[in-house]
Design a protein. Structure first.
Ligand code: NAP
Length: 288
């Protein structure tokens, strides 16, 4: 029997419609959620991501400002821009598109963003709060994965979740969020010996590697839920994930496609975080 498709496009659409309704409610109180996106350089993939974010914001009735700079921008100049955005009351979320050019220290930039506007969830304060289960903006891709699991009634409690990848933006946080939902979590990475030995024990397998079609049926346990985070190009230049989607069909119980799985969820969660930031701002104003 073929695995059930986890349709990130459909679920993200539903979330975006909920966001739009909440944006309309806020508008009645004179607030328009605003996202500032900062792009340094001309990286074509980054430009595409940034344009998609802007388009989605606008479709949901949110404000989106793109601040684009040449790759010669200095660290001081970027930090000054962030300062300005931190104190702009019309901006509720700040996103600096990564990667940044060599001369700019990524960590300095991330930590310069006010945690109250850190809709990417990358600031160490956001990460720390997430780790201890306190209120924080959750990083968008892991948050999107958790929403997908919930939508399809996949409860991580008591399951063995194996995460391949340990990046700060995907691997590490998704493991933490699964742990908070009572999964038993194993992290694997490029130095893991006998990867298949671990993945074959996974009830939920998260592939966040960045290698085209790396995971095939030989890596997975029958009935496993497979979440494919990867965004790669195959030998024909076609977008594909870390998982060989066709090959795992008969073995997996659920699988996310690429495109149309985790990707659209990431953007929907960014919209939700920006809206929440605006809602929190309004609640504070009312309290004051
Ligand atoms: P990353 O920072 O490059 O991390 C990749 C991870 O995979 C590293 O931890 C690395 O291990 C591990 N790895 C590499 N080769 C491996 C191997 N042969 N066996 C086991 N582990 C291996 O990448 P990332 O930012 O987490 O992104 C991962 C993928 O997700 C990329 O394709 C990216 O484009 C995609 N992505 C998609 C979205 C979305 O919205 N859909 C969002 C973010 C990222 P080491 O730590 O030992 O090097």
């Amino acid at each position: 029997m073929a695995a059930k498709l986890i349709d990130g496009k459909a679920v993200s659409q539903k979330i975006k419609m909920q966001v739009k309704t909440r944006v309309e409610k806020l508008a009645q109180q004179g607030i328009v959620p605003g996202l500032a996106v900062v792009l340094v350089g001309e990286d074509s993939a980054s430009l595409t991501y940034v344009k998609n974010k802007k388009k989605t914001c606008e479709a949901l009735g949110m404000r989106s400002d793109l601040h684009q700079f040449p790759d010669t921008l200095t660290e001081q100049e970027l930090l000054a821009k962030i300062d300005e955005l931190n104190s702009d009351p019309g901006i509720h979320g700040i996103l600096v598109q990564l990667p940044l050019p060599q001369q700019i220290d990524e960590f300095k930039v991330i930590t310069a963003i006010s945690p109250e506007k850190d809709v990417d969830g990358f600031h160490p304060i956001s990460v720390g709060n997430m780790m201890i289960g306190k209120d924080a903006f959750l990083p968008c891709t892991p948050h999107g994965i958790m929403e997908l699991l919930a939508h399809y009634g996949i409860d991580p409690a008591g399951k063995h979740a194996v995460v391949i990848g340990r990046s700060n933006i995907v691997g590490k946080p998704i493991g933490q969020l699964l742990l908070q939902k009572d999964a038993t979590v194993t992290y694997c990475h490029s130095k893991t010996k006998d990867l298949a030995n671990f993945t074959a024990q996974a009830d939920i397998l998260i592939a966040a590697i960045g290698r085209a079609k790396f995971i095939d049926r030989t890596f997975i346990k029958p009935g496993a839920v497979i979440i494919d985070v990867g965004m790669n190009r195959d030998e024909n230049g076609k977008l594909c994930g870390d998982v060989d989607f066709e090959d795992v069909q008969e073995t997996a119980s659920f699988v996310t496609p690429v495109p149309g799985g985790v990707g659209p969820m990431t953007i929907a969660m960014l919209m939700e975080n920006t809206l929440e930031s605006a809602e929190k701002g309004l609640a504070k104003t009312k309290q004051a």
